[in-house]
Ligand binder design. Sequence first.
Ligand code: 13P
Ligand code: SF4
Length: 305
Amino acid sequence: MKLYEMQQEILRLKKENDICILAHSYEAREVCEIADFTGDSYALSVKAKSVKNKTVLMCGVRFMAETVKILSPEKRVILSHPQAGCPMAEQFTPAEITALKEKHHGAAVAAYVNTSAELKAVCDVCVTSSCAVKVVCAVPQKDIIFVPDINLGSFVAANCPDKNIILMPGGCPEHAKITKEDALSAKAAHPGALFLVHPECKPEVTALADYVGSTAGIMEYAKQSGAGEFIIGTENSIVSHLQYDCPGKRFYPVSKELICENMRLTTLPEVYLCCLGKGGEEIEIEPEIMKNARRCIDKMIEYGG
Ligand code: 13P
Ligand code: SF4
């Protein structure tokens, strides 16, 4: 089947089977094109609360599908590819969080949304890259343990000077690969370009940025900007999406290596199989974990909205 024919089939099947397709902005163009909604982690979480369809197909990674299930427990939630995970989600165990809470008595625990449901269940509030500063500033406690991303945590600490942020040594292996030298050489190659960076990059990289924000924030900034050239410091799919959406502007990756293999596992044939009821994985979470993780995500939406 040709790509276009498969897309038409998916559109027919999702209507017939009452499926809503959500896709993270890192997904391939042909997947984003058949989605009902595309966005960053925060926008997808908010959207998950209001979906009307019986089934939600999440094209992204496992923690995103879990977030949909936690916010819409009555729905059938399918993760587009069973192996699509985020390495950050497993960097801390619930027992380690409990030990940290005992060590830093009275501190709140802020969990990046890129964590498992089990981990969220023992934390106090969730954040995404787009709302982390707003949410952390709104948390009543002064001491905040931030897990797992040390780079996003450092960015939050720099932007919430009234808080005492306790950082933990985790992070995205892909974004953390980007060095100051990568950034300087991209800037030297494109001296007129603005540098737009995801806060999962190291502080010495974000320090060189003209804008630091989530995937959606970076896309929005580039589209609204009067500038004509941009170096993109996040997953390289964003470079191609922006180049397609803004043909009059030029977009360059900060490094050809910034690729999330987990996000790339979802292909259009995979989505087609899911719509036929043959692929992906249905997300199931224990009710107690679901209830406690929901408290954490609801707090994020309350503070971040
Ligand atoms: P966003 O919050 O920008 O969607 O980021 C999610 C992510 O996994 C970035 O690597
Ligand atoms: Fe996880 Fe990094 Fe991939 Fe985002 S880019 S899903 S943080 S591995």
